[in-house]
Design a protein around this ligand. Sequence first.
Ligand code: E4P
Length: 218
Amino acid sequence: MKFFVDTADVAEIKELAATGLLDGVTTNPSLVAKAGRDFKEIVKEICAVVPGPVSAEVAATDYAGMMLEAEVLRKIAKNVAIKVPLTLDGLKACKALTGDGTMVNVTLCFSANQALLAAKAGATFVSPFIGRLDDIGLNGMDVIREIRTIYDNYPDLSTDILAASIRTVNHVKEAALIGADVATIPPSILKALVKHPLTDAGLVTFVNDWKKTGQAIV
Ligand code: E4P
């Protein structure tokens, strides 16, 4: 499973990229608003830090507007993936952009049928939003499972399932068990994945016992 980080905070991205665990980055208009900086500058900086796909979302909602914005965004760096909404105009833009060799992430996916359409439009990634489905009393993970089954039924569909709107460490584990290709994870959840109380306790014991040996490795 590939790990993308879901943030527009360049400092956080730099810190996580240094671990070697990052395969890509996703941003969205809300994350850019939170960062409070120039969008194109942010994308440029992220692309210089992370060589994998960096999703940059269009702001327009009509086909012509999306294509105009995509033209600007994809020129920023070779690893920009244009993020378009799961609407008919978005799917039309997806088809045109991927046909041109540009990576496209179709976002705001909330059903298996929508994901089927994204794959038929040639999407590089489809982003089903787990947390937002859970928020309204549905089970986001069911949608990931259904999409996995459908995509596996049709091996000619090459779209990667990018599990998005991840809110818990269990979301990551469950998406991995189902076989999502990628998870885009908020920085705090990514850091929480490493945590286990037995690891912390075991390390304290090892450090203390090592001191008793009076030895040094270097
Ligand atoms: C995905 O690409 C989105 O940026 C993100 O995962 C949305 O998450 P949220 O529902 O926590 O805002």
